[in-house]
Design a protein around this ligand. Structure first.
Ligand SMILES: NC(=O)c1ccc[n+]([C@@H]2O[C@H](COP(=O)([O-])OP(=O)(O)OC[C@H]3O[C@@H](n4cnc5c(N)ncnc54)[C@H](OP(=O)(O)O)[C@@H]3O)[C@@H](O)[C@H]2O)c1
Length: 248
């Protein structure tokens, strides 16, 4: 056992340090899925149904790093609706950094939805520099979403098959996947054994009962062993990074 905190003051981590820590593996030949969450110390995924009440600038720094280093931002429709998702905003400096890393200037948002119930007049479609991607089912209505400019990918009949969804993204060169939740999509990714990394901020708050935990819904067939890959600390917030243990 090692003591992480309290400890003697260490040098602050730089943006370059963070890029090294949080960078995706080189030369990917398959999709690689990172999931980003903030949780209260008692396990809540939201306060008043939004994640904002749990967040902190240090958490936002990690959240934006996920966006900076990925090919695509994957999100469940519940989160896109609750948090009013729009296209990713990327400053000219960040766009230039992305291009220097071999990425597109702006990562598209890919929304997973069984129902297809997304507002074509909403900011996801109207306030974006790149077309959003909607990953849905054969049963979902898609005409209005396509007319609103989305690329619609069908990855299942009644349910989105997440393996198929990632294959479809991979065929478009979108392998570095940064999933921003929410809890239902995360549980489905865990159940499908598709999580390569979890970036988890633990906020020093007790939110109390009533809110979902960060994975909610479909049970996983068995627990997936992860390794703690890094732990950062700022102002009482702990930014943990867990990587999938390949050897079981
Ligand atoms: N603490 C955090 O870091 C964090 C992060 C993200 C979200 N949140 C919070 O989580 C709450 C939303 O929770 P949620 O569980 O509703 O979020 P969610 O997982 O984003 O959304 C669930 C919806 O996404 C679609 N979906 C997810 N997995 C699917 C699959 N395998 N196949 C087909 N469709 C799938 C379905 O959409 P349809 O209903 O359209 O079929 C489903 O109803 C909000 O309060 C939000 O603030 C917290």
């Amino acid at each position: 056992m090692q003591l992480l905190w309290p400890t003697t003051p260490a040098e602050p981590v730089s943006d370059a340090d963070l890029e090294r820590l949080y960078g995706y593996p080189e030369g990917l030949t398959r999709s690689w899925v990172q999931v980003n969450f903030v949780s209260s110390a008692d396990g809540a995924a939201a306060v008043d149904e939004l994640s904002e009440g749990l967040s902190h600038p240090a958490d936002k720094r990690i959240f934006l790093l996920g966006r900076l280093l990925s090919d695509v931002i994957l999100v469940g429709a519940g989160t896109a609706r609750a948090e009013g998702y729009r296209g990713a905003r990327v400053s000219p400096e960040r766009a230039a950094r992305r291009v220097s890393l071999g990425l597109s200037e702006v990562p598209p948002i890919a929304v997973v939805t069984r129902s297809g119930e997304l507002d074509p007049a909403g900011p996801l479609f109207t306030d974006t520099k790149v077309p959003p991607i909607v990953i849905t089912t054969e049963k979902a209505p898609r005409g209005a979403l396509e007319r609103a400019g989305a690329e619609v990918l069908v990855a299942g009949v009644e349910d989105v098959d997440l393996h198929r969804a990632l294959d479809l993204l991979g065929e478009r060169g979108l392998r570095r996947v940064d999933c921003e939740g929410g809890p239902t999509l995360f549980a489905d990714l865990i159940a499908a054994d598709l999580v390569d990394q979890l970036c988890l901020t633990v906020a020093p708050l007790l939110a109390g009962a009533g809110e979902s935990r960060i994975a909610h819904g479909r049970p996983a067939p068995e627990p997936r062993r992860m390794d703690l890959a890094s732990a950062l600390f700022e102002d009482g917030f702990t930014m943990l990074r867990y990587r999938r243990r390949e050897s079981g």
